[in-house]
Write a protein that binds this ligand. Structure first.
Ligand SMILES: [Zn+2]
Length: 322
């Protein structure tokens, strides 16, 4: 990875630990489904709900209602509308906008955000996201076919909330309540492969949050013991880092004192699981050594992750073979 990539990923993930709970019930929303309410939240918050009611009045079936709202918002760009409709039809993920005006950066600074639909020159993000979600569905399906246990990892968000920033163009992505917030000009979003890995990282945060921050209880003491042993010594931390992401002028992202967080360690671990298994399932030569074999702690963390989210499926080579 290039330093820019590392730096960009760092920035993208700093804002990713806030996924919580499920959608709350807005006022007077008895007659419509939760899915429609979710779509209204994503598609109408910046223009006002009354504009959406005017364009899509009356009680409608969920799918018809959501498609009406998509047509309202993407009407000026038929090509983007087609992509947003296909994404929704294929994955149930609704594309809308982020309306929070700002988010706190890791240094405590306020980063301003602006709602921004992926239309015109940005519409390709819809195609990339759709393709990635389909690939993740296939990935989870392939794991499921290899186990009697349940693969609990959910490879889909309920939606995407698009935004842009002034300068600098970060964060690239973060998540909240089952929604992935996505910066159309994020430094990680210039390339589909980078989007792919960032999306998996964010999906893990979503799954972790849905399981009451599993990472904190399952990996917290283990993570703390690594930090206690190595502090911020890069060489000492190297075998414990699931991913090469480093903080500029610091050490591995999950362990650097400025960004240290077991939830990020777990998300990096999940991405490592994905990267190793993606090549194994494709029948390709391994590009990474088995993470689990580097240390006893890695073995424990790997096995807990595999059991909790991936149905116990571990196709990476046994450590005796490596
Ligand atoms: Zn993260």
């Amino acid at each position: 990875m290039t330093p820019m990539r590392r730096n960009a990923l760092l920035i993208a993930t700093l804002f990713s630990v806030g996924c919580r709970g499920s959608l709350s019930s807005p006022r007077g929303a008895q007659a419509i489904s939760e899915e429609t309410r979710s779509a209204i939240q994503l598609l109408c918050s910046d223009i006002g709900e009354s504009a959406c009611v005017a364009a899509c009045p009356g009680e409608r079936a969920t799918r018809e209602h959501v498609e009406c709202l998509l047509s309202l918002r993407f009407g000026t760009d038929p090509e983007a509308l087609e992509m947003a409709r296909a994404l929704y039809a294929g994955t149930n993920a609704v594309v809308g906008v982020e309306v929070r005006g700002s988010i706190e950066g890791y240094a405590g600074e306020e980063v301003e955000l602006y709602p921004a639909l992926p239309v015109g020159e940005h519409r390709h993000h819809l195609r990339w996201l759709h393709s990635s979600l389909v690939a993740f569905d296939g990935f989870v399906g392939a794991l499921g076919s290899r186990t009697e246990k349940t693969v609990t990892f959910t490879p889909r968000p309920r939606g995407f909330a698009f935004f842009q920033t002034a300068s600098p163009a970060y964060p690239s992505a973060y998540c909240w309540e089952g929604v992935i917030a996505y910066n159309i000009q994020g430094p990680l979003h210039g390339d589909h492969r980078e989007v792919h890995e960032t999306l998996f990282h964010e999906l893990f945060h979503m799954n972790d949050a849905a399981r009451s921050m599993w990472s904190t209880s399952a990996l917290g003491p283990l993570f703390d013991s690594i930090v206690e042993r190595c502090a911020d010594e890069h060489e000492c931390l190297a075998p414990f880092a699931p991913h090469g992401t480093v903080v500029p002028d610091g050490t591995y992202y999950a362990f650097d004192p400025r960004t240290r967080d077991v939830r990020e360690y777990a998300a990096e671990l999940a991405v490592r699981y994905f990267l190793e298994h993606e090549t194994i399932l494709a029948g390709e030569a391994a590009r990474l050594p088995p993470f689990k074999c580097a240390t006893a702690e890695n073995q424990i963390a790997w096995s807990r992750l595999v059991d909790e989210f991936f149905g116990g499926v571990d196709l990476s080579p046994s450590c005796d073979e490596t």
